[in-house]
Design a protein around this ligand. Structure first.
Ligand code: ADP
Ligand code: MG
Length: 477
């Protein structure tokens, strides 16, 4: 694709990111790719049907207007679903080029290179209705670092269990931001757990759970679906934050309870802790929090370097002439701080570029190729507890005063300020904030937000206080 289009696309992504915020962007748009640009329309693709319908339902206008800001003539934005794997034609120049391009786009190796040993596991797994597994995402390729040691140890433990063993922690709930290795770890559990014949491990995305269930209901086989699920030794559910809809959640709740009560293992990944899954009802939330909850933190530089090296080694197994010199690896590990997906993308681009042009990888090439993967430092994710702590300290009250029902002036104002900050500095909803402030109603939170909004407009002293608190919260850490 012409680089002018790529540049435009980068700018559109930038606009989108600042318009919806980093969290929303990485949940919904990180995997959106540009396919082609015509004078009045733009074609983009996403990896799943679910993403497509979600983006169309919620963000169609936003996406269009971001394009129009770059290209005023664009009147239509089409979204398609990329097929997961495309067949690769026998090597000719064009085929190599297409392959390299596809590599870059899909971040996946050519299908012919996939390990054949994984085929039976994969076939069994898909026959059970599981989501597709990526043969590269195993324990062997999972690099250990400070941020993931505990999650890895717990996942291994689960994968190595035998049928009938007592279950140590149930569910195992792993949470982390985008691209920090949740899917990798969950699929590793699935591969490892299914490699014997004895146990059945089923990996489902929340999306697949929803569609599987909804489809089953339509064909009146909900019972069969439940039965099938109950024949599973380990149920692995990825991206739980995408579970939507009351009936799906009720069914999820039943399934979870049935499995746990029957001593089956459940493993879950999500982008936030159970307490922040706002749309889930309290019983499910507490059931989820009742097992082992492990967070995987951001990837440290050593871990990033390790991931890069393992990716390069994997690529070299099939492209013997490909190499990335140590200074380039160091540069990438320092520059690409955001997530594992971008690290993988960077290696794929270097591979594509060096194959297409038959040149060696240099630092200069790397700088040029990964420019758009380098982001300014992420704004820190601020937690409601931090806000409560900082506000309590500032006003010399206790955190429990803020959560209490006391209505004396010396706690009412700090409490309102804290709720206001929670609304403006986090992505939490009003009901969620109310819940975290001693179970208050969302209208109380709304009232506090409006009140402080109005006051900071005219009360300079309060305005300074609030700005000072914001700075403290943003700089901490
Ligand atoms: P998530 O599901 O948390 O969004 P993924 O599991 O899809 O993230 O990871 C994104 C990319 O980063 C994948 O290519 C994955 O293999 C890689 N990755 C993340 N963490 C590790 C790790 N510890 N070791 C090896 N690769 C990793
Ligand atoms: Mg994932």
């Amino acid at each position: 694709m012409a680089s002018i289009e790529q540049d435009r696309w980068s700018r559109v992504k930038g606009r989108l990111r600042s318009s919806v915020g980093e969290d929303v962007y990485s949940s919904w748009f990180a995997r959106m790719d540009l396919e082609s640009v015509q004078s009045e329309s733009v074609q983009m693709s996403v990896p799943t049907r679910f993403l497509k319908s979600w983006i169309q339902a919620h963000y169609a206008e936003r996406v269009l207007s971001c394009w129009q800001a770059e290209m005023p003539d664009v009147h239509r934005v089409d979204l398609t679903v990329r097929t997961a794997m495309r067949a690769v034609a026998p090597a000719k120049d064009a085929a190599v080029a297409a392959d390299a391009k596809r590599l870059e786009r899909d971040n996946r190796p050519p299908s012919e290179l996939r390990a054949t040993a994984t085929a039976p596991v994969s076939a069994n797994h898909e026959a059970l209705g599981g989501s597709p597994l990526d043969p590269r995402l195993t324990f062997a390729s999972f690099v250990l670092g400070k941020s993931n040691t505990l999650a890895h140890a717990a996942a291994r433990q689960v994968a190595e269990g035998r049928r009938g063993d007592p279950v140590m922690f149930n569910p195992l709930y792993i949470h982390a931001g985008v691209g920090l290795g949740k899917t990798h770890l969950l699929q590793a559990v699935t591969w490892a757990g299914n490699s014997g014949t004895e146990r059945k491990v089923l990996y489902l995305t929340a999306e697949k759970f929803m569609y599987g269930f909804v489809a089953a209901l339509k064909t009146q086989t909900a019972l069969a679906f439940k039965e099938a699920l109950r024949g599973i030794d380990v149920l692995v559910i990825d991206d739980l934050q995408f579970l939507q809809g009351k009936s799906t959640q009720a069914e999820f709740c039943h399934t979870l309870n049935a499995l746990i009560d029957a001593g089956r293992q459940v493993v879950i990944a999500a982008d936030r802790p159970p307490s922040d899954l706002e749309s889930l009802d309290d019983r499910v939330r507490s059931r989820l929090a009742g097992g082992l909850v492990v967070e995987m933190g951001s990837l440290g530089e050593d871990l990033r370097l390790g991931i890069l090296k393992s990716r390069v080694a994997a690529a070299r197994a099939h492209h013997a002439t490909f190499d990335v010199p140590a200074p380039v690896l160091d540069y990438l590990a320092k520059a690409i701080t955001h997530n594992g997906r971008d690290l993988e993308g960077a290696v794929n681009r270097l591979l594509a570029h060096s194959k297409l042009n038959a040149t060696n990888v240099t630092l200069e090439m790397a700088e040029r190729e990964v420019r758009d993967l380098i982001r300014p430092q992420d704004p820190k994710r601020i937690k409601i507890e931090d806000i409560q702590r900082v506000v309590a300290r500032q006003y010399n009250v206790s955190r429990s005063d803020l959560l209490s029902s006391r209505r004396t002036a010396n706690v009412v104002r700090p409490r309102q300020v804290a709720m206001y900050l929670a609304k403006t500095l986090t992505l939490r909803s009003l009901p969620e904030i109310g819940r975290r402030f001693g179970g208050r109603d969302h209208t109380t939170v709304l009232h506090a937000v409006r009140k402080i909004e109005a006051l900071v407009g005219k009360d300079i002293a309060l305005n300074d206080e609030v700005e000072g608190l914001k700075r403290q919260l943003q700089d901490q850490g």
